[in-house]
Each structure stands twice: as structure tokens, then as C-alpha cells.
Design a protein around this ligand. Structure first.
Ligand SMILES: [Zn+2]
Length: 695
């Protein structure tokens, strides 16, 4: 095995910087062969099944394979190149087949069941028992009970699904990068914040384009243009190019069209679900979640929609009236909505998002965040630096922008965190937390968890530090919450430590919980420093932000519900083998959901599903509702802090002990009850969103 890969796998901090695409294929083959060999050994053994002779050695082998494979994925997502893509695409099917084979292995299933059933004896810890229960469930969901022929069809489909998801992502990234919006005159930049214009002007120069300035469709340029550009034509152009990404209408042509891919993904998911005896892919998805049935989730979403609707209607009426009277816009089009909202916000609360942005420099925000985490959970984050000889940063980091932190409790390192903050063309859009390693107690050593946070903030421009919007700050806190969930676990079994084994619709509890602290005066004081004066956020601006906090929260709530309902409906209702028809039905379902809940309707050329990677390329299929579902839990959990403002430390410790530390080792609802001492209630969510009064 190439030395660099061995070092990557075995060193305490995974050395991503050492991974070169050309060195990875052979070690991947070796790890796969080793895992297959180990599986054979275990299933052929006549020894009585025990955790130590079955689960432990299999985890040893599969974990190393999983680590390298997820590193390949990670590198593809943050350092996209033809070489990483080729590696991913060449190996996707066989890796997928290996995992399918594992969950369809009847002998292994039987051995796992025997170990599980021995648990009448007190030999197994609570978390081992939970890991075994999850595993038995996953065997069933992976097709262990199917006849051999059906099993191979099932594995075939799983492999195909993995390939389709990867293509979906690649199309989206390529389509995003293929499109630019050129600006020929300075006056077209009117209204835009200085830093944004400057970056666009410089981009035109670096890319040697015959234009005064250029905007890409990446979020740090798309969002400010829609929000601030006075030039309506410019807004329209960037909006419509973005809305048509990765579709048959895309600016660059239909080469990156995701329409048929999503129809095929959906069809295969339905077939998988049917073969396992579920009525739909939505039912299959819920089999491992907190929620019981698609109907229960739909009722939950429609109830929230019902409560939010009157507020959303008010929001829209206010926007339209303002657009007409103050901005002279007779009709408010989709490319006007962000712009009008921003102007209305400035008018109503007398501040602009850009004014707020000046106070949030990435490094200061991080310092404030770390201080909060220390206060709440008693852990310290320390940036690892080149002066510490045990860390060779050039080996650890995959890009010069990446930062590495050690997480310490009582002076002892308990885990590591990578942060990759800035947007670049080789990185997928959005923000996410990835688990690089999970906590695991091995015979003599404790494997420490490692988390990776990826964001797409606007990079620093020359010696101008990077400033981020308050929305970005919220995103950072959100992803950091996922990171804490993963890093602060005290569970020893990899299968249920950190975020492993947590029900998908409870995963957003710690992340959305952390968002609340972005609105606390003292916390904001600790994380703000004006980019020119160095002063913290002033009280009057803070009060304006608080007054504006629930600005258009009805609209926002309905949009989230629209996405969630759309996702659930297509996975519950559409069974279409004809992919062209399938793609049409997906669009029809979206139109239907919109007619049911939306109060703003985008133009007919908008192709939202084609870029909805959460559900077609991420893990959120028939699970997008999880955000709202878990927000009930996270808002209610945060309310415990509101009830005892003088006791943050103690409540924080309890949150850590009962929720973060427990990870997936027990059902999420039990962790919630242990923390709160009662069942969850939606009251806090509605109150925080300002949607209680008229409900
Ligand atoms: Zn999240």
C-alpha cells in the first residue's frame, strides 16, 4: 500500500494533504480485497458468534475502507478535478456492491442476531445493544430477506443509484461553473456593496474577460446581486440563469440536464422500497427515522403551513405595496423579491444587511463561537499551528484556506476539527459537516473523532479580510452544531458514536439549536469587530436586528414546507418507469405543492428540482422535512436556556451529557426527554418565529 495512504489512515490527524489521486487506486483495491477476505473469514468460522469475534474485526476492516472511500468523496467535493472524478466514478459501483453484499449477507445477519439475542446476559453495554438493533434493521432494509435473484437486482439498483447521485452533483457543479453574467459598464454595479463589486471587477481581470466585471452563480456572488443590484436587468439575468441551472433550459445548453437523472433516481428508489415490502420510498425512508408515517409527516407540515400562511400572505402584500409605492415596480417579479425585501427591511428597520456584515469577520466570529462552546460545554478549541512540531500542517490540509483545530477538555485533546471556509470553483455549493472519523475505543487506544466543516463564504480579497453576513454566521453555527454532536460524544462504539446511528430527522437538533446563540447580545459582542473601526456591534443596530429577526418568517417557513412536501410527495406518489414522464410528473408535483402552500410563484422556466441536491445527491430523500421536525426539538431545547438565563453552564452541561455525549446510542426522543424532563412541544418554535399571535 502506498505509504502516504497508510499514513493517512493511521495517523491521529488524517493527512488529506498527502492524498494524490494517482496514489489512491491501488490502496483502495487492497482495502476492498482485505474487507472481503475478512467477511469471508467471519462467515466461514464455526466459532460461537460474539461481539469480539464478529462485529469488532469486521468494523476494523470496513472502517479503513470507508475512511479512504469517504476521503476520495471529500476531495472530489472540495478539490474537484478530472482525476478525483475519475477515481470516484470508476469505483462507485464496486464499493456500492460491497456494502450491498454486506447488508445482504444472510450468515452475517444470523450471527448478528445471535449476538443481539445473547443480550439477556449483561455482557453488552446499552450502546452495543443499540448498535446491534440498528444493524439488524439495516440488514432488513438492505434486502437480507430477499431471494438470491431479487438480492442481486437490489444490489444492481443500489450501485446504479450511487452513480446517478454522483452524476447529479457533477452536472450541478458544472452547470453552475459554466455560466457567467458579464457586466460591461460600471453603472450596472450600482447598489452593490463595495467588496462585492470589487471582487467582480477583479474576477473579470484575472479571467481575462472582455467585460468590466463578472459574476458567477456561486452563492457569494449570486445572493448579493439579487439583494442589492439596482439594475433590474442584471438581477433578471442572474436569476434566470441560476433558475435554469442543470436543466434542459440551462444557459450552456442541455449537456448538464438533471431531469432524467432525477426521474431515474426516483423510479429506482420506489422499486427498492417495493421489493422490501414498503408502499413507497417515503415509507422506506421513515422506517429508520423518528417520524412514524408519511401521513403523520404531511399532517405535521400542513399544520405548520396553516399556522404560517396568514403571516406569509401579510408578508407578500407588504412587499408588493412597498415595491409599487417606494420602488416604482408595478409588478414584483421573482428577481425582484430579494431586492424589494432588502429595501423594505432597510426602510422598516433602518439598517442594511451590508451594514451588519461589516461587523462579522470570520476569525472574530470563530473566536466568539469558541468562547460560547467553552462556556456551554467546557471544551476549548485551539488552532493547531506550524509551531507545534507534532502537526505537519502541509500534510493535513487539502488547501491553504483550510484551518485545523484541536478540541480539548480538561487539557486533553478529545477530537479534531477541519474548517474549509471559503467559496471556490472546485468546491460544491452550500455548507455541510462531514465525519472524517468517529470516536471508537479500540483494545488499547481511543480513536478520536475528526469532523470537517465546509462553507462557501466570500473569500478575502487581497488584504481585505473576509466579512460574512449574519445569515452566514447562522450557517457557521449550524454546521458547528453538527460538528459538536460528532466531536463531543462519549460513546465508545463507532456504530453509534457521534452522529452515527442518530435518526435522520433528529440530526438537525444540535445544529439548529446552535443557531439560537447568533441572536444573543453578549455572544454577538464577543464575536463582532467592525472591519474598519474594530468596534463590536453597537446596541442600536442589534436592537434593529432583533426587531427584524422575524421579518418575513411566514414566507420563509412556507418555502421550507414547500420543499419538504415536494420531497415527501414525489417519494410517496410517483412510480414512473418512463423517465420522460417521470420528470414531467416531478415538475407537476412541484406545481401542485405550490398551489397548495406557496404564496409566491416563480416563473415557469424555473427548474428548482434539478438543483435540489439535498434529496437527489445527499441523504435527505423523503427526509427534507427533518429540518422542521428537528426544529421543534431544537427550539424547545433552547427554551431550557431561556428559562434559566443565569444557569447557562449547568444547562449546557446537561445538554452535552444527555444529547451530544449520547449520540446515536439511544433513541433521540429518549435523549430529549432526559434533557428536558418532558415530551417536546412546538410552542417554542412558533414563538421564536413570531408565528404564535394569530395562530
Ligand atoms: Zn444541518
Amino acid at each position: 500500500m502506498a505509504n502516504t495512504v497508510e499514513t493517512f489512515l493511521e495517523s491521529e490527524i488524517p493527512c488529506y494533504g498527502l492524498l494524490k489521486p494517482e496514489d489512491v487506486q491501488q490502496p483502495l483495491d487492497a482495502l476492498l480485497a482485505h474487507a472481503e477476505g475478512r467477511l469471508l473469514q467471519i462467515t466461514q468460522s464455526n466459532e460461537p458468534a460474539r461481539w469480539e469475534s464478529v462485529i469488532e474485526p469486521l468494523t476494523d476492516a470496513t472502517e479503513r475502507l470507508g475512511r479512504l472511500w469517504s476521503a476520495i468523496h471529500h476531495m472530489g467535493a472540495v478539490m474537484d478535478s478530472p482525476e478525483w472524478r475519475e477515481l470516484t466514478n470508476n469505483n462507485l459501483e464496486r464499493i456500492s456492491r460491497f456494502w450491498s453484499g454486506l447488508s445482504q449477507n444472510k450468515v452475517l445477519f444470523e450471527k448478528t442476531r445471535v449476538i443481539h439475542d445473547q443480550t439477556a446476559s449483561p455482557l453488552l453495554s446499552e450502546s452495543k445493544l443499540r448498535a446491534l438493533k440498528n444493524s439488524l434493521r439495516d440488514f432488513r432494509l438492505g434486502g437480507v430477506d430477499l431471494a438470491p435473484e431479487a438480492q442481486s437486482v437490489f444490489a444492481e439498483r443500489s450501485a446504479r443509484l450511487a452513480t446517478l447521485s454522483q452524476q447529479f452533483s457533477e452536472n450541478l457543479l458544472d452547470s453552475t461553473n459554466a455560466t457567467k453574467v458579464l457586466v460591461s459598464e460600471e453603472q450596472q454595479l450600482a447598489g452593490l456593496p463595495q467588496a462585492i463589486s470589487q471582487a467582480a471587477i477583479e474576477k473579470a481581470k484575472t479571467e481575462k474577460l472582455e467585460a468590466f466585471a463578472v459574476f458567477g452563480l456561486q452563492q457569494p456572488s449570486l445572493i448579493p446581486v439579487l439583494q442589492f443590484a439596482d439594475d433590474r436587468k442584471l438581477r433578471e439575468e442572474i436569476y434566470s440563469k441560476n433558475a435554469r441551472r442543470a436543466s434542459e433550459l440551462a444557459e450552456e445548453g442541455p449537456d448538464h440536464d438533471n431531469s432524467l437523472l432525477m426521474a431515474e433516481i426516483l423510479y429506482l428508489r420506489q422499486e427498492q422500497a417495493k421489493s422490501l415490502g414498503f408502499a413507497s420510498a417515503a415509507e422506506l425512508s421513515l422506517a429508520s427515522k423518528m417520524a412514524d408515517s408519511p401521513q403523520q409527516v404531511m399532517d405535521f407540515l400542513l399544520d405548520l403551513a396553516h399556522k404560517a400562511r396568514p403571516f406569509a400572505l401579510q408578508d407578500v402584500a407588504e412587499l408588493r405595496a412597498f415595491a409599487k409605492t417606494n420602488l416604482g415596480l408595478e409588478s414584483m417579479e421573482s428577481w425582484d423579491v430579494s431586492y424589494v425585501s432588502e429595501k423594505l427591511r432597510q426602510n422598516k428597520f433602518s439598517f442594511s444587511e451590508d451594514e451588519v456584515r461589516q461587523y462579522f469577520q470570520v476569525q472574530n466570529v470563530l473566536a466568539g463561537l469558541f468562547q460560547l462552546v467553552e462556556e456551554l460545554f467546557g471544551v476549548v478549541l485551539r488552532k493547531t499551528s506550524v509551531t507545534e512540531p507534532q502537526y505537519d500542517l502541509s500534510q493535513c490540509l487539502w488547501h491553504p484556506d483550510v484551518q485545523l483545530y484541536s478540541v480539548l477538555r480538561g487539557g486533553t485533546t478529545v477530537g479534531y476539527l477541519f474548517l474549509d471556509p471559503y467559496s471556490r470553483a472546485t468546491k460544491r455549493g452550500g455548507a455541510w459537516m462531514d465525519d472524517s472519523r468517529g470516536r471508537r475505543q479500540r483494545v488499547s487506544v481511543l480513536q478520536k473523532p475528526v469532523a470537517m466543516l465546509t462553507c462557501n463564504f466570500m473569500p478575502p480579497n487581497g488584504d481585505q479580510p473576509s466579512t460574512i453576513s449574519h445569515d452566514d454566521v447562522t450557517t457557521l453555527f449550524h454546521e458547528f452544531g453538527h460538528g459538536l454532536h460528532h466531536l463531543l460524544t462519549e460513546v465508545d462504539e463507532l456504530e453509534v458514536s457521534g452522529i452515527n446511528g442518530v435518526e435522520w430527522d433528529a440530526v438537525e437538533l444540535p445544529s439548529q439549536f446552535m443557531e439560537n446563540f447568533c441572536w444573543e447580545w453578549e455572544k454577538l459582542q464577543a464575536m463582532t469587530s467592525h472591519v474598519e473601526t474594530g468596534k463590536p456591534l453597537p446596541r442600536d443596530l442589534y436592537e434593529k436586528m432583533i426587531r427584524a429577526k422575524n421579518f418575513q418568517s411566514g414566507l420563509f417557513m412556507l418555502r421550507q414546507i414547500e420543499f419538504a412536501l415536494f420531497d415527501l410527495r414525489i417519494h410517496h406518489d410517483i412510480f414512473e418507469q418512463d423517465l420522460k414522464k417521470g420528470a414531467e410528473r416531478i415538475m407537476d408535483t412541484l406545481a401542485h405543492v405550490r398551489s397548495q402552500v406557496a404564496v409566491l410563484h416563480p416563473p415557469s422556466f424555473q427548474r428548482f428540482p434539478q438543483s435540489f441536491s439535498h434529496i437527489f445527491a445527499g441523504g435527505y430523500a423523503a427526509g427534507y422535512y427533518s429540518y422542521k421536525w428537528a426544529e421543534v426539538l431544537s427550539a424547545d431545547a433552547y427554551a431550557a436556556f431561556e428559562e434559566e438565563p443565569q444557569n447557562y453552564g449547568a444547562v449546557g452541561q446537561r445538554f452535552w451529557k444527555e444529547i451530544l455525549a449520547k449520540g446515536g446510542s439511544r433513541p433521540a426522543i429518549e435523549s430529549f426527554r432526559a434533557f428536558r424532563g418532558r415530551e417536546p412541544s412546538p410552542e417554542a418554535l412558533l414563538r421564536h418565529s413570531g408565528l404564535l399571535e394569530a395562530a
